[in-house]
Design a protein around this ligand. Structure first.
Ligand SMILES: Nc1ncnc2c1ncn2[C@@H]1O[C@H](COP(=O)(O)OP(=O)(O)OP(=O)(O)O)[C@@H](O)[C@H]1O
Ligand SMILES: [Mg+2]
Length: 298
């Protein structure tokens, strides 16, 4: 049955965010995330900016699938669901019937040999690529951070870079500055807003990229080999930054792809991928036993 009424609450830290927390009668009053601007553009929702709560009447059933899709994922307590996803490039089958569920507010690591399809799966989850078969649900909005921060940190100063994505909202400068500072604190770079980005270490740059992704209050962070080029200290700083952002009142979820098996102890759950399939999912301790059995040095 279509929701007649959506009860929405603005995102606690981003009154201008596209994502509101909401629940609806069709979802049994469970929380879900609603892309307000999407519905607004279609004339389905009206709300007054600046108010903290709204109850919104839906006039049309055309968005039933999207409401139920996002709502169903949220209602299951899952931030990210991959169901029988396959992908081939030419005659090379890269993903074969991949299934994965990541609970909301958890730090999930994905490991596996070179070329087994980890980045391809992340790109599909981030909407950068389409699967040939299967379905993915990711709670919106999702933020993507890549291996090389030079591809993502492009502005001359840290503050300008973290604020980059906020440019499309009409925000007061003081609001943006305060928000940027909060994001920098979240990644343990307080007071860095005026720093020139070219003076940062690799790990600091990676944390600026994470702060930039966090600035838009993502529900899910997709993180592809952030620590490959980092030494031990920078690696720990980036892991700490992500660990601190995960969970919390917003139940931020992180899917972290890595080759560095010493990082597994930071995760809540670990999946091992090989030959385009998830071969194993378990706790870091169980993953260590599994990987040792495969001959890995963990
Ligand atoms: N756009 C593309 N076109 C053709 N082949 C591709 C494309 N993207 C990835 N591949 C191929 O798909 C396979 C999986 O690549 P992917 O980048 O997903 O692996 P990965 O597990 O992330 O590897 P790594 O650990 O080295 O980053 C590789 O053989 C790769 O060459
Ligand atoms: Mg990769």
């Amino acid at each position: 049955m279509l929701a007649k009424q959506l009860h929405l609450v603005q995102h606690p830290c981003m009154p201008f965010s596209r994502s509101w927390q909401g629940h609806s009668d069709c979802l049994g009053l469970r929380p879900c995330t609603i892309n307000v601007r999407h519905y607004e553009r279609q004339g389905l929702l009206q709300y007054r900016p600046g108010i903290a709560r709204a109850s919104i009447q839906l006039h049309d059933s055309s968005n039933k699938d999207q409401i139920e899709q996002n709502g169903a994922v949220a209602a299951l307590g899952v931030a990210l669901e991959v169901s029988h996803v396959s992908k081939a490039f030419g005659d090379k089958q890269v993903l074969s019937d991949v299934c994965l569920e990541v609970p909301r507010g958890s730090f999930h690591m994905l490991v596996g040999p070179n070329g087994c399809g980890k980045s391809t799966l992340l790109r599909i989850l981030g909407g950068l690529m389409k699967a040939d078969r299967g379905m993915c649900h990711v709670l919106p909005p999702a933020g993507f951070v890549f291996q090389n921060p030079d591809h993502q940190v492009v502005m001359p100063t840290v503050g300008a870079d973290v604020a980059f994505g906020l440019g499309r909202y009409k925000l007061k400068e003081a609001h943006v500055r305060a928000h940027v500072e909060r994001m920098l604190e979240a990644v343990n770079l307080p007071g860095f807003a005026r720093r020139q980005t070219h003076t940062l270490s690799g790990g600091q740059k990676q944390r600026v990229a994470i702060a930039g992704a966090l600035a838009e209050c993502p529900k899910v962070l997709l993180l592809d080999e952030l620590t490959t080029f980092l030494d031990g200290e920078d690696q720990k700083g980036v892991l700490e930054a992500v660990r601190n952002c995960v969970g919390g009142p917003d139940e931020v979820t992180a899917l972290w792809v890595t080759h560095r098996l010493e990082e597994l102890e930071w995760a809540d759950r670990v999946s091992y991928m090989d030959n385009g399939r998830i071969q194993f999912t378990g706790s870091p301790r169980e993953a260590t036993v599994y990987l040792k059995r495969l001959g890995a040095h963990v």
